[in-house]
Design a protein. Structure first.
Length: 368
């Protein structure tokens, strides 16, 4: 079958937009909750409990299906409200969008088998997250997060920016378009995670998903380069500026999700080829665990989704390989982390890969 590049682009734009629909709920919701808490505490940001609880909290947050929790925890880490061990624990325990591949089975036998696999993988992730999260907190491991610029309320306020064409798009057209489309797509996106859809508006949902991704990319790039030294989101003093900043996070995540899906799918489907990929996934179990961990560490959820699909479609696919992919993936939370501090993102990804190989081969040794 001849490869259709235009259709390939559209499919990845639609997939990123669909993910953006439900990711926006967690990002905007967390921003509003944080705003309310800070206002209640006189604009003082507080940690989520004592530091010794962070690896436990992070592990259980990461176990929530989807990538929303990883994005939230990355934001907490950026604002120094959670320890490095808590961040690492969240990324270790998440299965990302791969969880919905397992939970979205349609027939009864698949539901039971996939649910059992999901529970086992989640337990491995939580236990590994707690153990390694505490390990790195106890030894006092620190990244260079102090290089992250802290946002100050006295910085430039949104309303003070001159009305250029770029600022009008960012503050008005792009902002309200992303907000409206994300809210429209959210219910359908949540249903789609388990294989459902709102049939009466499926065509409209497809178009809106593509449009959301395109506008998010333009929105993110305009803000990144036009306002690089002039952040129009620096004020958190009111609801509007808080939501503006959340919308920027949505745009950034959707942009990187699209890039991650595009690269992952292009490598697997075009460069490697579906048949070759399937052959790799049915080779030596030791090689499969290694390949799964390497695929899982690809930024975003595209890699772990590919391994999860292999798990439910390839007979006798080792669960240990999916465990390795689940632990090595950082979900979509890696994108805001990389955007703020590339070194932190690289360190977390590298540690996740090493831990994934250790836990994956351990799981294989005990029969998974």
């Amino acid at each position: 079958m001849e490869f259709n590049f235009s259709l390939f682009i559209l499919d990845n734009l639609e997939a990123a937009g669909a993910i953006g629909g439900y990711v926006s709920l967690s990002i905007i919701g967390f921003a509003l909750i944080s705003f309310a808490i800070k206002k209640r505490n006189n604009n003082v940001s507080i940690q989520i409990g004592p530091k010794w609880t962070h690896p436990i909290i992070g592990s259980f947050l990461g176990a929530i299906p989807g990538c929303g929790a990883t994005i939230v925890v990355a934001s907490l880490y950026k604002n120094k409200n959670i320890s490095f061990g808590g961040l690492l624990a969240t990324f270790i325990s998440t299965l990302g969008e791969g969880s919905f591949v397992l939970l979205g089975a349609s027939n009864e036998s698949s539901v039971v088998g996939n649910l059992k696999a999901y529970v086992i993988i989640t337990i491995f992730g939580i236990v590994a997250g707690v153990i390694f999260g505490y390990f790195f907190d106890i030894i006092g491991f620190r990244t260079k997060s102090e290089n992250i610029q802290q946002i100050k309320n006295e910085d430039l306020n949104v309303e003070k920016i001159k009305d250029t064409s770029e600022s009008i798009f960012v503050q008005k057209i792009g902002f309200y378009s992303i907000l409206a489309m994300a809210m429209f797509l959210a219910p359908g996106s949540i249903m789609a995670l388990w294989g459902g859809e709102i049939e009466s508006i499926s065509s409209l949902t497809y178009l809106f998903s593509i449009a959301l991704t395109i506008i998010c990319i333009i929105f993110y790039l305009l803000n990144k380069f036009t306002f690089k030294d002039h952040d129009c989101y620096s004020s958190y003093s009111n609801i509007k500026s808080t939501i503006l900043h959340a919308i920027l996070d949505v745009a950034m995540v959707v942009t990187y999700v699209f890039l991650g899906l595009f690269v992952t799918n292009y490598v697997i489907d075009v460069i490697v080829g579906a048949h070759t990929f399937d052959a790799w996934m049915t080779s030596s179990v030791y090689l499969v665990v290694l390949l799964s961990a390497l695929i899982g560490v690809i930024p975003g959820c595209g890699g772990v989704i590919a391994v999860a699909v292999a798990f439910i479609t390839i007979p006798n696919f080792p669960m240990a390989a999916l465990i390795a992919a689940a632990i090595s993936t950082s979900g979509d939370g890696i994108f805001p982390l990389l955007a703020e501090n590339k070194k932190d993102g690289f360190i977390v990804s590298l540690l996740g890969l090493v831990i994934a190989l250790v836990v994956g081969y351990l799981a294989l040794a005990i029969g998974f």
